[in-house]
Write a protein that binds this ligand. Structure first.
Ligand SMILES: Cc1cc2nc3c(=O)[nH]c(=O)nc-3n(C[C@H](O)[C@H](O)[C@H](O)COP(=O)(O)OP(=O)(O)OC[C@H]3O[C@@H](n4cnc5c(N)ncnc54)[C@H](O)[C@@H]3O)c2cc1C
Ligand code: SF4
Length: 488
């Protein structure tokens, strides 16, 4: 373990942020990597618990106590090897993971958790800077061909694992660049896109081919689903040309709010604002949706909503209000009741603190109000919650001025037309039906067609997408070769 008395001697320390005034000037990352000496001290706090709850809570089961100890001892390259043994892309999770590991850290029970995520980022950022992250091409090729449909974190993890097992992997992506929601969705200020580009280069050097701007299984997509496709490929053609097909297309159907006035100009799905913003930062042309000088109402209290808040402030919004249907959670969880599980508690993101964000809880949208076809306000009603039942409070209607509304209420299911094109059966929520355990893990009802990531589990987290991609790769390798040495 780190230093036996480290947890008594040193406080938790995480990364520093650039001041708000500085970071609102652009879309660059503003979280500063923990310097080596501070990461070392933070590693010293780890108690190397007999039952490492952090490791159990982490969806990729990062071997956290080991790399904490190695960082404490200054053995950074060995820490990198341990980190990479469970996670293909720690630079993504080290930036944007909500860190269930820290919620589960034993030290967090009556003190402050080890700064696990900061240490993770410190290891991988140092590794890239030192040139320790290099391609690992397979020594022997199998001659088997695998198509991966969707270049998000699930697709990239699947592709990397399968290429390292010696298969020829082609990733098909409908957008003009790969990365999925990491690329087009999550703002640049949370994740710099050059981090994806350098991983893509690594995958290419390991033998993965990328075909961008190619839509698989459909000629066109339902409204509200972004696509830069210039070309379409049928499901049948992929099945004929490849030994296995892995569907990692995400869960892209946004939840709508069909109240009166939904058609007014100024009411947008969150990704109609966030995706063009990523394109603008990438130099692809201006975002047609502007929040400049607008009163913005973001409907939905999760990550996507928070990203709309931060992006609105960077546009120069006049005011930002965020609605959440559920009651305000407690500021502090009751650890005795919740630990080591993910607690329900008030979460204030860095974006919320970039302006005077008004956060409204127990509130429901009744109507979008407008004049001359343009949004001018949102009529909402306060709610009372009784045994999980939502009751509108009579006479509590209020109109919030708004020229922009961003609907950030989550995503309901993957695009059905693509699953239908392959004949893949769906579960009750419309996700690709496939289990994660047993002999048929990640297999769909269609021979040689697999599914992983949000397309299988529904909208989730990057770390779950990486886990599923890794596990699915092993299932595909077993299917192709009869056995696999890939980790699960
Ligand atoms: C705004 C926003 C912010 C988020 N913030 C966080 C966060 O901070 N932390 C976190 O952990 N998670 C976050 N998430 C969730 C996370 O991004 C997703 O859970 C994760 O990206 C899912 O990975 P995936 O590979 O399964 O799917 P995706 O990332 O959705 O990738 C799927 C890819 O498949 C492509 N595709 C789909 N269909 C086809 C087809 N037919 N042909 C070709 N290509 C196709 C899509 O274009 C896309 O590139 C956020 C999500 C959103 C929307
Ligand atoms: S739970 Fe916390 S203290 Fe225990 S091993 Fe994990 S990081 Fe270290």
């Amino acid at each position: 373990m780190g230093k036996p008395t480290g947890f008594l001697e040193f406080p938790r320390q995480t990364q520093e942020y650039l001041p708000v005034a500085e970071r609102l000037k652009n879309y660059q990352e503003f979280v500063l990597r923990l310097p080596d000496d501070k990461a070392t001290t933070q590693g010293a706090r780890c108690m190397d618990c007999g039952i490492p709850f952090c490791n159990n809570a982490c969806p990729v089961n990062n071997i956290i106590p080991d790399w904490n100890d190695l960082v404490f001892r200054g053995q950074w390259q060995r820490a990198l090897t341990v980190l990479h043994s469970t996670n293909n892309f720690p630079e993504f999770t080290g930036r944007i993971c909500p860190s269930p590991c820290e919620a589960a850290c034993t030290l967090g029970f009556n003190a402050e958790a080890v700064g696990i995520k900061s240490i993770e980022q410190a290891i991988i950022d140092k590794a890239w800077a030192e040139g320790w992250v290099t391609p690992q091409p397979a020594a022997v090729k199998t001659g088997k061909k695998v198509a991966v449909v969707g270049g998000g974190p699930a697709g990239l993890a699947t592709a990397q694992q399968l290429a390292r097992a010696g298969h020829f992997v082609t990733v098909f992506e409908k957008n003009n660049r790969v990365g999925g929601l990491l690329r087009y969705g999550i703002p640049d200020f949370k994740l710099d896109k050059s981090l994806i580009d350098r991983r893509v280069k690594q995958l290419e050097a390991e033998g993965v081919s990328f075909r961008t701007g190619v839509l698989v299984g459909a000629d066109k997509l339902p409204a509200g689903i972004a696509s830069d496709a210039r070309e379409a490929i049928t499901a049948g053609r992929l099945e004929a040309e490849f030994d296995a097909v892995v569907l990692t297309g995400g869960s892209e159907t946004p939840r709508d709010l069909p109240v009166p006035g939904r058609e007014l100009a100024g009411v947008h799905f969150a990704l109609e604002f966030l995706i063009p913003q990523n394109h603008e930062v990438a130099g692809d042309g201006a975002n047609p949706v502007s929040a400049r000088d607008a009163n913005v109402v973001v409907i939905g209290g999760g990550d996507t909503g928070s990203d709309c808040v931060g992006t609105s402030y960077r546009h120069g919004a006049k005011s930002v209000t965020q609605f959440e249907l559920m009651p305000q959670p407690p500021e502090q969880e009751n650890k005795a009741l919740t630990w080591p599980y993910w607690p329900n508690k008030l979460r204030t993101s860095s974006s919320h603190l970039e302006g005077d964000t008004r956060r409204e809880y127990s509130i429901a949208t009744k109507e979008f109000i407008g004049a001359n076809g343009k949004l001018t306000g949102v009529k909402a009603v306060r709610l009372e919650w009784n045994n999980g039942k939502m009751i509108e409070i009579a006479g509590s209607e209020e109109v919030f001025p708004a020229e922009r509304v961003f609907l950030a209420m989550g995503f309901t299911n993957p695009v059905a037309v693509v699953l239908d094109a392959f004949g893949v059966a769906k579960d009750a929520r419309g996700n690709a039906r496939a289990t994660t355990e047993g002999a048929n893990a990640y297999t769909t009802n269609v021979p040689k067609v697999f599914a992983a990531g949000d397309i299988r589990r529904g909208q989730s987290l990057v770390v779950w997408a990486i886990r599923e991609g890794r596990q699915c790769a092993r299932a595909v390798d077993e299917f192709l070769m009869g056995s696999s040495v890939l980790p699960r």
